[in-house]
Design a protein around this ligand. Structure first.
Ligand code: GLP
Length: 244
């Protein structure tokens, strides 16, 4: 696992955007795995800026998001499709039909999970997957205890995750109890993974991740078994590790 230590969230976003754009230059038909949450917002801004100033094109790109809440309508500000549309998709030339997210409003959620896996396979798998990390080590919405063999599935969200994400809702009661997420095995199939972390709230998670011990009780630890992972983290997130 390569660790890039940066000063602050701004630098983290710049480095992440640069890495994605490098890969895009090498492979214009890139299949890009995307994440939501507060952490990647700056990276998306940088990609938009570059699209505007340098004309970096996403016309041939396909994107797959990691996860989606169950039961939040597409036009609701906390829906992840809504998030992606407003923070990235509407501002670049990615064809809308090539931007995939799990459908959290599907009538049959199990069928939806299988459909998502099928779409991923059909696209040839993910070239670069962007990841954030939960305070409890979740990746996507794979909570502690999730099998490393898991594919896209429906999850019950941890109370700690609902609490952490309540900041985006008007109250914790509004935070859904379920989500659809790519599984750990789905994520591990990506050819390259870029994990972003910023802020002191992630310091403990980073210590556990970089300790190298691998356990299903700390989902992100599985990344220690992936051959091509880059962690881009700021000083605050790395403060308790030897990587500052
Ligand atoms: C959320 C998302 C994850 C994200 C993580 C961290 O619940 N489902 O994909 O990486 O938690 O979020 P943040 O970047 O806001 O700290």
């Amino acid at each position: 696992m390569r660790v890039i230590s940066v000063k602050d969230p701004q630098e983290m976003s710049e480095q992440a955007a640069r890495l994605i754009m490098d890969r895009l230059r090498q492979k214009p038909k890139l299949v890009l795995g995307l994440a939501t949450g507060g952490t990647p917002e700056g990276t998306y801004q940088k990609l938009i800026e570059n699209h505007r100033t340098e004309g970096m094109s996403y016309r041939q790109v396909t994107t797959f998001n990691l996860d989606e809440y169950v039961g939040i309508p597409k036009m609701h500000p906390n829906n992840y499709f809504y998030y992606m549309k407003h923070r990235l998709f509407d501002h670049i030339d990615l064809p809308p039909e090539k931007a995939y997210l799990p459908n959290g409003e599907a009538e049959d959620l199990q069928t939806e999970c299988a459909r998502y896996e099928h779409l991923l396979k059909k696209a040839g798998g993910i070239d670069v997957q962007l990841l954030g990390i939960g305070v409890n080590g979740h990746i996507g919405f794979n909570e502690p205890g999730t099998s490393f063999e898991s594919l896209t599935h429906v999850v019950e969200l941890d109370e700690s995750t609902r609490k952490a994400n309540a900041r985006f809702f008007s109250s914790i009661e509004e935070v859904p109890h379920q989500a659809i997420t790519m599984g750990i095995q789905t994520i591990m199939c990506a050819r390259e993974i870029v994990l972003l972390a910023a802020g002191e709230a992630k310091a403990e998670a980073m210590t556990r991740l970089l300790s190298g011990s691998v356990t299903e009780q700390f989902p992100a630890s599985v990344l220690n078994h992936h051959p091509h992972v880059t962690v881009i983290a700021d000083e605050a997130a790395l403060k308790r590790t030897g990587n500052r």
